[in-house]
Each structure stands twice: as C-alpha cells, then as structure tokens.
Design a protein around this ligand. Structure first.
Ligand SMILES: [Zn+2]
Length: 192
C-alpha cells in the first residue's frame, strides 16, 4: 500500500510538471460544478407570549421564539442552507436583525427572496432536509403542513422538502424547553 501511494504521488508530480495541473486536487479544472450542498442552523430563545411559527405554520403553544422577524427557525435554517450552497452569504447579511424592514416579518418572505437569488445565480433546488429540535409541543401533527408551506414558498414540489422533529431528551437548552433550534441541508444544481 505504501509503494502504490508513493507511485501515485510520483505520477501526480510528473503530471503537474507536464500540465501545470496538480492532479491530487479534488477539484478538476474546466469541469463545471453541477451539484452543490449547503448547511444551515438556527437557534432562538423561547419566551412566553410569543407566537410559535415553524415553516410558516402557526402552532398552538404558550411559548414562541424571541426574534426580530417571526423567529421561524425552520425557515431561517433552510435559507442559510440554500444561501450557503450557492455561496451567497448568510441570512444575517441579507436580512439583518437591525433593519426595521424585517421587524416581525414573515420568514416565508425570506425563503421567496432566497429562491429568487438562486434563480438569478443559475441554480435550481434539488431537495431540502431539515430537523427541528423542540421539547414541546409534539410537532408530528404539523410536519406535512410545514413541508407543504416551505415547498410553496420556494416554488418546489412538496416531495422536495423533508422536515423532521426531535426532542432534546431533557438535555441542553432545547431539552430544558428554553430554546428551539433547526438544522437543514440543501442540495442545489447548476442549471447549465
Ligand atoms: Zn433565526
């Protein structure tokens, strides 16, 4: 195994001398990148008297996220996953929490804007997978509605969006019922 590693290294050095291209690099020059993946996470503190909105769906509960906008962690994590996949920055840069424009804004608006920017950059969305961490209430009865709403905001088919829920098992801020979090990954494709 050692000798094949050495010969592979030698081949790559020779190829670099001849072509100027380092073949050990995982990125092959001149080949367009067709698929890109992005990750997004979000965490908000929970407080009594705030509305609990996830994926644009209002969920009855006595607590909700504290935030400048509607505090929709699911929408925020998905925005960041999509922006990251397209290397277009992050949600804080595009929708700063210091701007009065986004005060109490519906985060579905953020999703719609992000979709427009991806379109403009030449990307289509393949699929999104997300997990919401919340101790209470149980989200299972609302999952399908969230998937449908997020898909609609992004002009996708419902089958392209997956939402899952997890409790915090009594541990950390989520488990103690003090916070809500979401994690999302997105796969996008260059249109040409
Ligand atoms: Zn957020």
């Amino acid at each position: 195994m050692k000798s094949s590693g050495r010969s592979g290294k030698r081949r790559s050095i020779l190829a670099k001398r001849e072509t100027g291209i380092d073949t050990r690099s995982r990125v092959v020059p001149h080949r367009p990148v067709l698929w890109r993946v992005g990750i997004g996470t979000d965490l908000h503190r929970l407080a009594e008297g705030r509305k609990l909105i996830l994926g644009g769906i209002r969920i009855p509960f006595n607590k909700g996220p504290v935030g400048h906008s509607d505090g929709d962690v699911l929408a925020h994590a998905i925005c960041d996953a999509l922006l990251g996949a397209a290397r277009l920055g992050d949600i804080g840069r595009h929708f700063p929490n210091t701007s009065p424009q986004w005060k109490n804004a519906s985060s579905l608006l953020f999703l719609r804007r992000v979709r427009q920017w991806l379109d403009a950059a030449g990307y289509s969305i393949v699929n999104i997978d997300a997990t919401v961490g919340l101790e209470q209430p149980k989200l299972a009865p609302h999952i399908a509605a969230m998937e449908k709403q997020v898909a609609a905001a992004l002009a996708l088919e419902p089958g392209q969006v997956s939402v899952k829920a997890k409790s915090g098992e009594g541990l950390d801020a989520v488990g103690r019922g003090e916070a809500i979090r979401a994690d999302a990954v997105a796969l996008i494709q260059a249109c040409c």
